[in-house]
Design a protein around this ligand. Structure first.
Ligand SMILES: *Cc1c(COP(=O)(O)O)cnc(C)c1O
Length: 395
């Protein structure tokens, strides 16, 4: 047998973490890594955060799981907090980001169905988007590497250029249900949509009764210095998928919607066995306790500015390698002149964890609890690595 017991769908690196402490990960043989990847924007509170750990321990000892056939005091309490903190009136809990986006897609279609317009089923989506790995979410992107070999894909999606308002508006027809987008693209290469683009989509939705569906799985949950990225744009979506940071590492996601947008999501239309079970909700509560305060959000903004400033200062010294910094808050990317994937690998071997992304960008997604000293350590090591790095010669 040549196949590995773990289905070999990931190009797994030699980094093999077995323990985490704050902003650091430790490998099987005691290697130490500065973790500026955070499990891809998941470990908002770093590793082993006492408040999150205790909340999970206590809840595990009390009640881990019950069916969604029963009343959920834990789910109601967390949903109420999200409703109070956002545009939304109602929340469906999932176990992952892709499931949250699935629920968002279903909610948008059901909205038009409930209004007697079942032909309005098409979502306009955007180039280089990433919405997950389920059939619907790979159908919602034009990234060939995600779709290759999985045909037939689901109908009902049309992809246009990201950040091109005219292209988006031109794609609207009588079958359009709405727009589905990441206001700040993550996997696609840390690209914030422009104000004009996002506000223009909101206006089109208002004028034509379409659903504005945001995928904030990566950019949400305090990552950009606001609890959710839409707050930067002075508008609100109708439906929003969140996940990654929501449980600080505990698998969870959520689909948030206004009362109007959720009009079609009545009894029997959707479900999940695990979704929002007491253990997940305890993790979700603990994360909100920490991140949803003005002081914490200010901290993210301040650390984001420091990190960005330090990177911008460093880049001219390595202008053969780096082109520039982009992003918001602690969702940053360095656009590279050399292959970002190879450089991310090189950094791993030097004890720094980052993540590559599309458009030859290196993503920098530290835990949101980082302090000045971590930024200094990161930038020093990055700068040193950049000095030593020899760009692999093209064959
Ligand atoms: C990671 C991600 C997803 C998918 O989340 P999973 O938990 O892996 O299913 C969806 N959308 C965006 C924007 C993401 O970054």
């Amino acid at each position: 047998m040549a196949i590995t017991p773990l289905m070999p769908v990931y190009p797994r690196s030699p980094v093999r973490p077995v323990r985490g402490e704050g902003v650091y990960l430790y490998g099987e043989n005691g290697e130490k890594y500065l973790d500026f990847a955070s499990g891809i924007a998941v470990n908002l509170l770093g590793h082993g955060h006492p408040h999150l750990t205790k909340a999970i321990q206590d809840q595990a000892a009390t009640l881990i799981h019950v069916s969604n056939l029963y009343g959920s005091p834990q789910g109601e309490a967390l949903a109420q907090r999200l409703v109070d903190a956002t545009f939304a009136d109602t929340v469906f809990f999932t176990n992952s980001g892709a499931e949250a986006v699935e629920c968002a897609i279903k909610t948008a279609r059901r909205y038009h169905h409930a209004k007697g317009n079942p032909h309005k089923h098409k979502l306009i989506t955007f180039s280089n988007a990433f919405h997950g790995r389920t059939m619907a979410t790979i159908s919602a992107t034009n990234q060939e590497k995600l779709r290759d070999g999985f045909a037939p894909l689901l109908p009902g999606f049309e992809v246009v250029e990201f950040d091109d308002l005219d292209a988006a508006l031109a794609a609207v027809d009588d079958h359009t249900a709405g727009f589905l987008l990441e206001p700040v693209q993550g996997e696609g290469g840390i690209r914030p949509g422009s104000r004009e683009f996002i506000q223009g989509l909101r206006q089109a939705c208002d004028e034509r009764d379409l659903m504005l569906v945001f995928d904030e799985v990566q950019c949400g949950y305090a990552r950009t210095g606001k609890l959710f990225a839409y707050e930067h744009y002075g508008i609100e979506p109708d439906i929003m998928a969140v996940a990654k940071g929501i449980g600080g590492g505990f698998p969870m996601g959520a689909c948030l919607a206004t009362e109007k947008a959720a009009a079609g999501m009545v009894i029997g239309t959707h479900g999940s066995t695990y979704g929002g079970n007491p253990l997940a909700c305890a993790a979700g509560q603990a994360v909100l306790d920490v991140v949803n305060t003005p002081q914490f959000l200010d901290h993210v903004t301040r650390m984001g500015e420091r990190l960005r400033g330090a990177l911008e200062q460093m880049i001219p010294n390595h202008d053969d390698l780096f082109e520039g910094v982009r992003g918001i808050g602690l969702m940053l990317g360095i656009k590279m002149k050399a292959d970002s994937r190879a450089f991310v690998t090189y950094l791993r071997d030097h004890g720094l964890l980052t993540v590559s992304a599309g458009d030859n960008v290196m993503r920098i997604l530290p835990p949101l609890v980082i302090e000045e000293a971590h930024i200094q350590e990161f930038v020093e090591k990055l700068s040193q690595a950049a000095r030593q790095y020899e760009v692999p010669k093209a064959a």
